[in-house]
Write a protein that binds this ligand. Structure first.
Ligand SMILES: C[S@@+](CC[C@H](N)C(=O)[O-])C[C@H]1O[C@@H](n2cnc3c(N)ncnc32)[C@H](O)[C@@H]1O
Length: 327
């Protein structure tokens, strides 16, 4: 599944006509005299180029804003009055170069800026990890109320990627000890960088593990996971932006459930008596319900959007154990 920038440029030329894109970009740059102009023209160019948004922002304006603020080293909460500030020529060139990479190569803005926000917290990201965007952020922000019997003392963030879920858990639940596990050493290097950023070394550790294989007998009050769950059909249809993300973080077999099947059968051995398992399976929730019609998945709802996140208690997993072995 190679990303092909040449084909993106051809598509772009098809949209603008040969040379039309350059003219549109040149025109935009000529009119980019203030910060506000730059944000405005970036959003226009992104819309016109038919970019996909969904890696940290969901619209052209926010995507442009994030690149402009990054280029100017300005924080997210800068005063709106900054929009009237004049840009220097050097600043214009930096912004133009970012816009061009976003359009020509379809690189998600988070990879260009090296930062993505999750549960109100900024995380370092690069192409070794998925851009954080799980709706599980909402559960973390509410400290998993009302879904857990007590505040969890031990948490496993399985398939941690950048570490966003587990590190946010540690920040919202200051009593918790958190293990961040992933099969990818590259991802764990990014997660370690984020642990250091928040000085959480005493409560948060990383573990290289294929699912539970390195965990031996360890049990947790909460296992939370955003694993790979994209099915073959969705994978083939994904916009170019997704092809900058590690495929190991997305693909999970024909029906998207290869990983989740293993997880369900092994999770009971790694939960405490009152433990809880929370897993995102996105669009694969339909296939999961079909595969295990008897399992009482509790599908959680989200105020800010997102779907396909289920909860099962340790007791429910134990009760259903024979079904997981059977499929
Ligand atoms: C969807 S990404 C999620 C990253 C992060 N939790 C987030 O929400 O942004 C899935 C992660 O699962 C990891 N992974 C894939 N197969 C795995 C396996 N067999 N065992 C452990 N981790 C695995 C990938 O390396 C990737 O970092």
């Amino acid at each position: 599944m190679e990303h092909n920038p040449t084909s993106d440029i051809q598509k772009r030329k098809a949209i603008y006509g040969v040379g039309g894109y350059n003219a549109a970009m040149k025109k935009a740059l000529e009119h980019m005299t203030t910060v506000g102009d730059a944000i405005h023209h970036g959003a226009e160019l992104f819309e016109a180029a038919g970019l996909y948004f969904g890696h940290g922002t969901d619209n052209a304006w926010d995507e442009s804003l994030s690149l402009v603020l990054y280029a100017l080293s300005l924080p997210w909460n800068v005063e709106a009055s900054v929009q009237s500030r004049q840009l220097t020529e050097a600043e214009q060139s930096v912004i133009a170069a970012l816009f061009e990479r976003r359009i020509d190569e379809r690189v998600p803005a988070a990879y260009l800026t090296g930062e993505a926000w999750f549960a109100g917290v900024p995380f370092y990201v690069d192409q070794r990890v998925l851009v954080p965007r799980s709706p599980i952020a909402e559960l973390v922000e509410s400290e998993f109320t009302p879904w857990l019997p007590d505040a969890p003392q031990t948490i496993l963030d399985l398939c941690t990627g950048s570490g966003c879920i587990g590190i946010a858990c540690a920040l919202y639940l200051p009593e918790a000890h958190v293990t961040l596990s992933d099969i990818s050493t590259d991802a764990l290097a990014v997660a370690s960088q984020n642990i250091a950023r928040y000085e959480l070394e005493e409560r948060v550790e990383t573990l290289e593990s294929d699912l539970f294989s390195s965990l031996q007998q360890q049990r947790f009050d909460l296992i939370v996971s955003n694993p790979p769950y994209v099915d073959a059909e969705d994978l083939a249809d994904m916009p170019a932006e997704y092809h900058h993300e590690p495929e190991i973080g997305l693909a999970s077999g024909l029906d998207g459930l290869d990983f989740t099947r293993r997880l369900l059968s092994e999770a009971p051995d790694h939960l405490t008596e009152q433990g809880v398992l929370i897993v995102e399976v996105g669009n694969s929730w339909v296939a999961l319900e079909e595969a295990y019609p008897e399992v009482p998945f509790l599908w959680l709802e989200f105020e800010r959007g997102g779907h396909g996140v289920f909860l099962l208690t340790a007791q429910q997993l134990r009760d259903c154990r024979t079904m997981f072995g059977a499929v």
